[in-house]
Design a binder for this molecule. Structure first.
Ligand code: AMP
Length: 116
């Protein structure tokens, strides 16, 4: 899929509306349109990266920023003490459906393990 057709690039560019909870120069966090938990937020880099397999040397800072932003948003959403889950699906077998990497931040209910 090209960046032009990428759903999440459209959110980055402002061509598609999203319920944004946080953004900075590197990333955007917005509420999942079909939440799988009472709180379900997606964190994406502004830059189009299709899958985790496409992360490269030099993306260490970006990867860390996504994780750190998730912890801060979890705290803002009141999830830090009770707990939350952070997931990134890579490719079809893992359930990836949008090919612009995104960290799922989910909380507000008890999670089971292992995930399906
Ligand atoms: P994944 O299956 O890991 O690729 O996750 C993609 C996620 O994107 C799913 O949880 C969808 O509900 C979510 N999603 C798809 N389209 C939108 C959208 N326009 N705004 C917010 N979330 C979306």
């Amino acid at each position: 899929m090209s960046e032009q057709d990428c759903l999440f690039c459209k959110i980055v560019n402002g061509d598609l509306a999203a319920d944004i909870v946080y953004e900075n120069d590197t990333l955007i966090a917005f509420r999942d349109i079909d939440p799988k938990a009472p709180t379900h937020i997606l964190l994406i880099p502004r830059r189009h990266i299709a899958t985790m397999n496409d992360l490269q040397d030099g993306d260490e800072s970006l990867s860390g920023e996504l994780l750190l932003a998730a912890t801060r948003i979890a705290a803002d959403e009141g999830l830090a003490d009770e707990g939350y889950r952070v997931v990134m699906n890579c490719n079809a077998a893992a359930g990836q459906s949008v090919f612009h990497i995104h960290l799922h931040l989910m909380g507000g209910r008890t999670m089971t393990w292992p995930p399906g």
